[in-house]
Design a protein around this ligand. Structure first.
Ligand SMILES: NC(=O)c1ccc[n+]([C@@H]2O[C@H](COP(=O)([O-])OP(=O)(O)OC[C@H]3O[C@@H](n4cnc5c(N)ncnc54)[C@H](OP(=O)(O)O)[C@@H]3O)[C@@H](O)[C@H]2O)c1
Length: 274
């Protein structure tokens, strides 16, 4: 199993809906599929699992010195989204307290993944709800899997502040960026064209923001992928599959994806699994 990503495909074999792929092993995360892991799960795990793992790893997530037995708290915006499901699970597995946003219809699902608290983003202001549940030391990270700017002005009050004992401060990590429109590419691609986001990220890197901001692309880390696959194979990590389509139904698969209502991965069988 593996994940490849080519910004500028050099071969006619780019894309994942193909029976043959040319893979540059130097820039890809390639690991052996554990026997106990199904093919659908193996197909569904890499992109979202590695993106989630990236958001919860250094340098993006740094934990302040613990105070007593209080748990560090993270927020996942879009806990039911493709990546958000894994941020919730990996956050819990790392011993963090997880607060996730989703609609009421997804609450049971997101709690089943381990979320300690759920905020219904359709029922009122997410910012107001976060102000209410914020721990005294602030959130150590907010991982944004939906996009938008709603929380940005209030991050200094929401995130763990920079102090002498914790000079990093809390982080806001987005995999989407300021846009919410699903028809345009987001994530780190937006940094090339969006000056406001670029200026914010530059200011964060220069240390002149009171918190850390990053709009990121996943890290192609084969060790992480092997670990995620092992967890999925022995049941420590759930790999929700929304639906599976035959290759001939690829159009329907994309239509399902376009609804933004899929709970888990939409899988296309390029070749029927044997
Ligand atoms: N940077 C990267 O490396 C990277 C990697 C993967 C994906 N992405 C990006 O991540 C974005 C999400 O992709 P995806 O495939 O994960 O999406 P998705 O699974 O299709 O997301 C749909 C989910 O988003 C939830 N949602 C929609 N609006 C929300 C809001 N305002 N607050 C909270 N939840 C909300 C919905 O929850 P309910 O059903 O509960 O309403 C739905 O479950 C895309 O823009 C994609 O390009 C980036």
């Amino acid at each position: 199993m593996g994940l490849t990503f080519e910004m500028e495909p050099k071969t006619p074999f780019g894309g994942s809906l193909s029976t043959l792929a040319v893979i540059d092993v130097a820039s890809s995360a390639i690991v052996r599929k554990p026997a106990a892991l199904g093919w659908e799960e193996a197909a569904g795990l890499p992109l979202v699992g590695l993106t989630a793992k990236t958001t919860l790893s250094e340098p993006l997530l740094r934990l302040p010195p613990s105070e007593g037995d209080s748990q560090q708290t993270i927020v996942v915006l879009g806990g039911s989204s493709g990546v958000g499901q894994y941020v919730v699970q990996l956050g819990k597995a790392a011993g963090l307290r997880v607060i996730a946003t989703c609609s009421a219809t997804s609450e049971h699902f997101v709690r089943s993944l381990g979320a300690d608290e759920v905020i219904d983003y359709t029922a009122g202001s997410v910012l107001e709800s976060l102000r209410v549940v914020k721990p005294a030391q602030g959130f150590v990270t907010i991982v944004d899997c939906v996009g938008g700017t709603e929380l940005l002005d209030d991050l200094p009050a929401l995130l763990t502040p920079k102090t002498d004992s914790f000079p990093h401060g809390g982080s806001y990590t987005t995999i989407v960026g300021d846009k919410t429109d699903r028809s345009t590419l987001g994530g780190a691609m937006l940094l090339d064209t969006d000056r406001t986001m670029r200026a914010r990220q530059d200011a964060s890197q220069a240390g002149s923001l009171p918190y850390r901001y990053a709009c990121i692309l996943l890290d192609m880390n084969a060790e992480w992928l092997a670990d995620l696959a092992a967890r999925a194979a022995d049941g420590r990590l759930k790999v929700p599959i929304d639906s599976t389509y035959a290759f001939e139904q690829a159009r329907e698969a994309y239509e399902r994806l376009g609804t933004a209502r899929a709970k888990g991965k939409v899988v296309v069988e390029v070749q029927a699994a044997t």
